[in-house]
Design a protein around this ligand. Structure first.
Ligand SMILES: *Cc1c(COP(=O)(O)O)cnc(C)c1O
Length: 387
């Protein structure tokens, strides 16, 4: 058996594997563990979407290889949704591509545009796929620190000239995992100017655009003038409609970028099961009442966490989006030691910020993916731990 290739061996150690191991240990001791670490919705996929899948699964026309770019009906539903939600007009033929979940697309994009030695600008802390996809393509990652004093937006002015000159792609993600920060149209305007100046393709991961609170409407990068010349956006049905297991997403925006990603995909996969794409049409065009109810549920959970932490005298910002709460580690413990203590002494799992990159140190992430009673119980346990 040969050794693993360099590209696997150079990946940083996966902190989350260590957390999983500790979690199992504590559970094995009989502790009732409350897991606030999982970024996967606990709420079920709405029934009308499941019914659309069942119906489409029975049609033999859907049993064959799908087209590479995806069903036109699905791409049209995506274009219609963008028009309605963001007032952005997309050509379903050239500006929309079906993905096997947005993770797949974000991971593959560097293969289309990054040569060995090219730089990719990646947020730190951030979703680990942006860096891994870059390394797999032979690119170098330049991390852009996200700092609280800057609203967890990257400081574009602080990107070294040399890194900007060599950069081919920039990844962004707002509403943001893990910091739960949101971006404004103003920020995206600056991003577009920066990207034009340096000839960079902006890859905006818009995963959490529909998990929005308090009336805030997360903008699309593509709303900004000129964005279509320099940017694409990734989105999926995973989080909005509790469909993480279904594997259905899309990439929209710049034609050249969509074509490049499509060319990569043509050579590595054969598209998404058409029945799943029909279900996707049902999700995007059908009733939105359950999605709306889920949003309210996450907001209620968020409020329980924010109230709970503040009652302990722990600092926390109120997130306007995502199903995460990102908070500074109280008392100056490092984030791993803090997470270990919460697990060992309270049976509560939180994710140490450093797991998302060095600039995540000093913070921890709570996922709002367990029910209100369990979240309230977790807050009670933290109170007892402190008292
Ligand atoms: C959950 C998540 C994804 C993965 O989405 P899929 O469509 O299920 O692949 C991508 N980006 C971020 C930031 C996420 O949190």
């Amino acid at each position: 058996m040969p050794e693993f290739a360099e590209r696997l061996r150079r990946l940083p150690p996966y902190l989350f594997a260590e957390i999983d191991r500790k979690k199992r240990e504590v559970r094995a001791r009989g502790v009732d563990v409350i897991d606030l670490g999982i970024g996967d919705p606990d709420l079920p996929t709405p029934p009308h979407i499941i019914q659309a899948l069942q119906k489409a699964a029975e049609d033999p026309a859907n049993h064959r290889y799908p087209s590479y770019e995806g069903l036109l009906a699905y791409r049209q539903a995506v274009a219609d949704w963008y028009a309605k939600r963001f007032n952005v007009r997309l050509d379903p033929d050239q500006e929309v591509l079906t993905l096997i979940g947005s993770k797949e697309g974000t991971a593959h994009m560097p293969l289309a545009f990054v040569n060995p030695g090219d730089v990719v600008l990646v947020p730190d802390p951030g979703y680990p796929v942006y860096a891994a996809g870059t390394w797999f393509a032979g690119g170098e990652v330049h991390f852009m620190p996200l700092r609280r004093e800057n609203g967890f937006l990257p400081d574009l002015g602080a990107i070294p000239r040399e890194a900007a000159r060599r950069a081919k792609l920039m990844y962004l993600n707002y509403p943001n995992n893990p910091t739960a920060a949101v971006a404004t149209r103003d920020f995206f305007t600056q991003v577009v100017a920066f990207a034009r100046r340096h000839g960079i393709l902006v890859c905006h991961d818009l995963m959490y655009s529909e998990l929005k609170f308090d009336g805030f409407e997360p903008p699309s990068l593509l709303e900004v003038d000129g964005a279509r010349e320099v940017g694409v956006e990734f989105h999926s049905l995973s989080k909005t409609y509790s469909m993480t297991g279904w594997r259905l997403g899309f990439c929209v925006g710049n034609r050249q970028a969509v074509a490049g990603l499509g060319a990569v995909k043509t050579n590595v996969d054969s598209g998404v099961f058409q029945a799943v794409q029909h279900a996707g049409v049902a999700a995007l065009t059908g009733p939105q009442d359950l999605a709306e109810q889920y949003r309210r549920t996450y907001q209620e959970r968020r409020d329980i966490v924010v109230r709970g932490l503040r009652a302990l005298g722990w600092q926390v910002d109120v997130p306007k989006g995502t199903f995460f709460v990102w908070a500074p580690v109280p008392g100056g413990l490092d984030s791993r030691a803090f997470a270990t203590r919460l697990l060992e002494e309270a049976g509560v799992v939180v994710t140490p910020g450093v797991g998302f990159g060095p600039s995540g140190e000093g913070f921890y992430r709570i996922a709002l993916t367990v029910d209100q009673a369990r979240i309230a119980e977790a807050m009670e346990r933290l109170k007892r731990l402190r008292g």
